[in-house]
Design a protein around this ligand. Structure first.
Ligand code: NAG
Ligand code: NAG
Ligand code: NAG
Length: 253
């Protein structure tokens, strides 16, 4: 079940994070290599910055594109300082994934982004998306995944973002770790991304979900956490976080 034809192209437009960034990408459980072309793991705090789209220098095209088709499972692997060591401090917060056509006007073009997946807090076991990454990092090496939607052929960016909330009780205290992967979709589907999300633009400083607990409160029930960026597109096949449903789902490298 290998897809050797996909091995010739890999690229991350950028990486992010205190400290987490994307180490590389898996497609259909096959490792695509280390794609840290722009290793940046510092947090971004102001969602009005242009860097909020794809982190510092994220507007610069990288030489390689990852070939994918509808139904493929694309899994970014995050890390902190070395592979498998997802930050184990006080990070808590959600994961959000967006997709956009790779337009010549760049990653900050208004309304090009569409949300494919998000995960906030699980009230049943008290775990945030971040917790799944951290607690099971040894097993799952900080992977999440999305299934490529049935979009028209072309070049796209997949934007994964971890937001950490441990300092989000003040304005622009939330830490954003956006990271974009360049993909070339070779299948030719008919589900055009509706767009409607802008980076910057959609996230408003101080909005619910970026200030947490909400302004004027000292505590808040995470079960009520409002994920920023709107609803997931109904045309998205979705995604997940390794370790979420099967804590023993270990990747082989
Ligand atoms: C929440 O956690 C429970 C217990 O681990 C798990 O069964 C359930 O699938 C999780 N829910 C979601 C939406 O991930
Ligand atoms: C994709 O399908 C559309 C509609 O049939 C067609 O116009 C277009 O040329 C196709 N693109 C590619 C790259 O095959
Ligand atoms: C994972 O596997 C180990 C060894 O088989 C087992 O002891 C443990 O209970 C499993 N953990 C979960 C969460 O299933």
């Amino acid at each position: 079940m290998k897809f050797h034809s996909l091995l010739n192209a890999l690229a991350l437009a950028t990486a992010a994070s205190a400290h987490i960034s994307i180490y590389g990408v898996w497609i259909n459980d096959e490792w695509q290599g280390d794609g840290r072309n722009l290793y940046m793991n510092a947090p971004l705090r102001n969602p009005d910055w242009s860097y909020i789209a794809c982190h510092t220098l994220g507007n610069r095209e990288q030489p390689k594109w990852l070939e994918v088709k509808a139904g493929d499972k694309l899994a970014p692997e995050w890390f902190w300082t070395k592979r498998g060591d997802m930050y184990t401090g006080n990070h808590v917060g959600p994961l959000l994934v967006y997709m956009a056509p790779a337009v010549s006007t760049g990653v900050n073009t208004p309304d090009i982004w569409t949300k494919l997946y998000h995960y906030g807090y699980n009230a049943t076991n008290g775990l945030w998306a971040d917790d799944y990454f951290q607690k099971f990092a040894q097993d799952n090496r900080g992977h999440h995944f999305i299934t490529i939607p049935d979009v028209p052929a072309g070049d796209y960016l997949i934007r994964s973002e971890i937001i950490t909330l441990q300092e989000a009780s003040h304005l622009n205290g939330a830490q954003h770790y956006p990271s974009c992967v360049q993909v070339r979709v070779t299948s030719n589907g008919s589900k055009v991304l509706p767009g409607g999300v802008s980076f910057p633009g959609t996230y408003i400083p101080g909005q619910p979900g970026l200030m947490w607990p909400p302004e004027g409160t000292e505590t808040a029930d995470p079960a009520n956490y409002p994920l920023p960026g709107g609803d997931v597109w109904e045309g998205s096949p979705g995604g997940g976080i390794y370790g979420l449903d099967d804590l023993n789902d270990s990747r082989s490298v």
